[in-house]
Write a protein that binds this ligand. Structure first.
Ligand SMILES: [Zn+2]
Length: 403
């Protein structure tokens, strides 16, 4: 498990270009990370005067983002110290991960802790029908399990390009959606606050929020392998969007110009070699029916490979090689400090890392680049749902520029 270091240097860099908003975000992040902090602790960590810290804390208390409680200090004489905590009481976020085959949802508190089990249902590919279906599921979840809670918002991630200004899904190839006003439709149907974002971009946003990269801007790429391939790139502290919201779509960069047809209409995109659907197809052979694949997951395939099933292992190994080859293009293009990989395939990382690394080193432009740090997020951590939660909660915690 990756540890968040209490990095005072990071905080000081932030302080130099401090606005009140950034200071509030820093305080929120510190309270979230340490759980219980007193005002004195905060003043020490931030190297600020108590009075300045109190001003920030009072504003956060007024906004209902944190609360004070008397804990510890039992039996001590004099005034008991009060501790600050994120106010997650009776407030929840619903996270939604839309994929071609299934849509996953979970409710969490404001710190991302799951309040319900992750549930899923088959995705209806017609946007209007899908919206009714999803709102139904969200309403049932809130009514059944979270009646005492108020919902701060619903974070929805989609496997496609999203215009965050117009709040539209511009193009989601695997779903066959173009120009879908998903946020507007969902808000109208549910009356809830909705945030919609591309899956890769949401994942990378959650990643930098979790690692509290408040001011030191380490370039990072998140690759999320599911039914498709989502990528999110952060450079100089900002999520890369580009002029038309398609920047960082490495899943649709071809590995081979005459490769298999891709949902985007092109051929040989990286996604057609490494997505879960591609890996399962490779195992079954290209003639198997969609339904046959639907009930069989990459996790099942990995389990088979571990029992010594050569065909399963070969299918996974092939994906691993293509993963490394495509990853080299990502690294040659962006040259990030680290790459984070998410998706069911990471469950086989011990089996495939050598193959991925070998393929990577064949194509990266320097040896140093080939030795890049690759972090794997266990699929049990639900990185995509974490990304969806961050859409609602990150603006309070992260630096403004990445929200
Ligand atoms: Zn494509």
């Amino acid at each position: 498990m990756r540890q968040n270091k209490n990095n005072v240097i990071n905080l000081n860099v932030a302080k130099r270009k401090t606005t009140r908003q950034i200071n509030k975000q820093i305080v929120m992040s510190l309270i979230k990370e340490h759980q219980n902090l007193s005002r004195a602790d905060l003043a020490r960590l931030l190297e600020m005067r108590r009075s300045a810290v109190s001003l920030i804390v009072n504003e956060l208390l007024e906004e209902g983002l944190i609360f004070e409680s008397e804990m510890g200090g039992e039996g001590q004489r004099g005034r008991k110290p009060t501790f600050l905590q994120i106010d997650s009481r009776r407030r929840c976020v619903v996270a939604v991960d839309i994929r071609k085959t299934q849509t996953f949802l979970v409710a969490t508190d404001l710190t991302g802790k799951h309040l319900t089990a992750v549930s899923y249902f088959p995705t209806l590919l017609e946007p209007e029908k899908f919206v009714v279906q999803l709102v139904n599921k969200i309403e049932t979840l809130l009514a059944k399990e979270l009646r005492e809670y108020s919902c701060d918002g619903v974070g929805v991630i989609v496997p496609g390009m999203v215009d965050r200004t117009l709040h539209r899904v511009i193009h989601a190839p695997t779903l066959g959606w173009r120009n879908v006003a998903l946020r507007e439709m969902l808000m109208k149907q549910s009356g809830l606050q909705i945030e919609v974002e591309n899956s890769g971009k949401a994942c990378v946003l959650a990643e930098i929020s979790a690692n509290r990269q408040l001011a030191v801007q380490e370039d990072v790429v998140f690759i999320s392998i599911s039914d498709g391939v989502g990528c999110g790139v952060v450079t100089s502290g900002e999520v890369l969007r580009g002029r038309h919201n398609i920047a960082g779509e490495f899943g649709h960069v071809p590995l081979s110009i005459d490769g298999p047809p891709c949902s985007c209409g092109s051929n040989g995109c990286w996604e057609t070699y490494i997505s879960n659907i591609a890996t399962i197809k490779r195992y079954f052979g290209h003639n198997c029916s969609f339904n046959e694949q639907k009930n069989f997951t990459v996790t099942d395939l990995i389990a088979l490979a571990r029992t010594g099933d050569v065909k399963a292992l070969t299918a996974i190994e092939a994906t691993a090689r293509y993963l490394g080859l495509g990853l080299a293009s990502v690294i040659n293009a962006v040259d990030p400090a680290r790459v984070v990989l998410g998706g069911e395939l990471t469950g086989a990382w011990d089996l495939i890392e050598t193959t991925v690394r070998t393929a990577l080193s064949e194509r990266t432009l320097t040896n140093d680049a080939a030795a890049i740090s690759i972090e794997v997020v266990p699929s049990g951590d639900n990185p995509r749902l974490r990304g969806a939660v961050a859409l609602v909660t990150a603006p309070a915690f992260a630096a403004a520029m990445v929200a």
